[in-house]
Ligand binder design. Structure first.
Ligand code: AMP
Ligand code: MG
Length: 197
């Protein structure tokens, strides 16, 4: 099974992946941005993930994106892809899963996670290792809305399911609760597909 996990930057996708791995140890977890970085390091001298959306011309960016999709599509077994429905660049939204890319990836499901934008802002402050763009709550909410539309468009091209986990208005009762709930959902998707085999 191939599952694509999307959520705005700084929302904790990588943390969710860690919890999924605890429940399904043999799942392959791949970060689309890391694969793109490996490709663009060689070609464009990029040194970190947050430089790509600023330093690679858009026609080249498309090629890197497509090469990353081809590599990920070649991975065997159950694969979980950490990526974006849209990437905010130059004040607009660029598709992370355009038809050309998603038809290579051939996902069985796209899981979209949404949060209160206040929580996203807090989490971004807590990650000094990244060069995230400074955004307001309104801007984050707009990006989350754009991601819904982009996720639906991608699912249409891929002929796959979209699952939306909406944590808005559901504050955590303990740290990492949201990540664990999301991970349980994803682990169940994988394990129930295995049972059907
Ligand atoms: P992340 O580590 O999830 O914040 O992703 C880092 C960077 O990888 C993003 O800012 C994008 O430049 C790039 N990236 C990740 N997924 C995609 C995608 N599906 N299409 C295009 N760029 C992507
Ligand atoms: Mg991440």
């Amino acid at each position: 099974m191939r599952i694509i996990l999307v959520a705005v930057p700084g929302s904790g996708k990588t943390t969710i992946m860690g919890y999924v791995r605890k429940k399904v140890p043999d799942v392959q977890i791949v970060n689309f941005g890391d694969v793109m970085l490996e490709i663009s390091k060689k070609k464009y001298g990029i040194t970190n993930r947050d430089e790509m959306r600023k330093k690679i011309p858009v026609e080249e960016y498309r090629k890197v994106q497509e090469e990353a999709a081809e590599y990920i599509a070649s991975l065997p077994g159950d694969v979980l892809v950490d990526t974006h429905a849209s990437i905010k660049m130059m004040g607009g939204y660029y598709p992370g899963l355009p038809d050309r890319v998603v038809s290579k990836l051939k996902p069985d499901a796209i899981v979209l996670i949404e949060y209160d934008s206040k929580d996203i802002l807090e989490r971004r402050k807590g990650d000094p290792t990244r060069f995230r763009d400074q955004e307001t709550e309104e801007e984050i909410e707009m990006h989350q809305m754009a991601n819904r539309y982009y996720a639906f468009a991608a699912a249409n091209a891929a002929e796959c399911m979209v699952h939306i986990i909406n944590f808005r208005g559901r504050p955590q009762s303990r740290p990492f609760e949201h990540a664990e709930i999301a991970a349980d959902f994803i682990a169940n998707l994988i394990l129930s597909a295995r049972k059907l085999k």
